[in-house]
Design a protein around this ligand. Sequence first.
Ligand code: SAM
Length: 272
Amino acid sequence: MVRPLKEILKEELGNEASRAYGSFDLIGDLAIIRVPDGFQDKLEIVGNALMKLNKSIHGVWAQVGPVEGDYRIRKLMHVAGEERSVTVYRESGCRFELDITAVYFSPRLAHERLRIAQLVSDGETVFNMFAGIGTFSIIIAKRKRVIVHSSEINPAAYQYMARNIELNKVKERVIPYLRDACDVSAQLHGKVDRVLMPLPEKALEFFSCALRSLRSSGWIHVYMHVPYLKGESAADAAAKSSASITSGKVVNTIIVREVGPRLLQVVHDVVI
Ligand SMILES: C[S@@+](CC[C@H](N)C(=O)[O-])C[C@H]1O[C@@H](n2cnc3c(N)ncnc32)[C@H](O)[C@@H]1O
C-alpha cells in the first residue's frame, strides 16, 4: 500500500508526497491517517487518494492530537468522504460497532487479542479491567466456555460493549460493568482465574486491585509502556521492565508494538 499511495499523491503534490505517512489504521470502512508537520492543508488530497486506492474506505479521518484523558480517546478531524464516525469492524470472526471519535480502539492489537483468547481455558473466570468496546472479552467468549467480567468507565464505550455483546450473541458469557475496575475487583474478590490489564498508562497503579480479584493462584496480563534509550535494544528494555512487577512470576514478556519514537508497548504474562 505504501508505494501506490505515494505514487498517486505524487501526481498532485510532487516531491512533497514523500512526506506523507504510507500507513494508516483501517477500522471498518473508515481510515485514520497521521499528519506530518506542515501537511494540514493537504489532508483532503491524501484522504481522497486513499479512497481512490481502496474502494472499501468510505470516510477518512486524521489524528490531530495524542491519545489522552481517562478514556484514552484520540482527537480526530474528518478530512474526506462520508462525515460519519460510527462503523462496524470485524476481527477474529466477531463484529464490533463503535464510534471512533468517542471510544479508544486500535486494530493493531488484533494479534494480541487472539493470543490471549488462545491462552484461556474452558471454565475460567476472566476479569477484563479496562474493557473498552469489549473486544478482548468478546473474542475470548466466542472461543471458550468462560465468564468474562468487563469493566469500563467511559459511558460511550460501555454502550458499545453492551451492543457488541448482543451483536456477537455472548450475553451469557460477558458481564459488562459501567464502573471503575478497582471497584469491580472488590466485588469479584478471590473469584477470578485470569485478569487482563490493557491500560498501559495505569497497569501498575491498578496491580493490587487485579491481585485482590484473583483466587489463590491465576494469571495477570500486564500491559506497559516501556521507553528504550539510544544504544539499548528494545528486547533488553522490555525484559528489564519486568522488574517493576513485584508479585508473582513473570513467565513471558512480549513486545506488542512500537507506540512512539523509542517507546514500546509490552505485555508481561504473570503467574501468581
Ligand atoms: C486502552 S483502552 C482498552 C482497549 C481494549 N482493551 C481493546 O482492546 O479495544 C483502555 C480503556 O480503559 C478505560 N478505563 C480507564 N480507566 C478505567 C478504570 N479506572 N476502570 C475501568 N476502565 C477504565 C478507558 O475508558 C478505555 O476505554
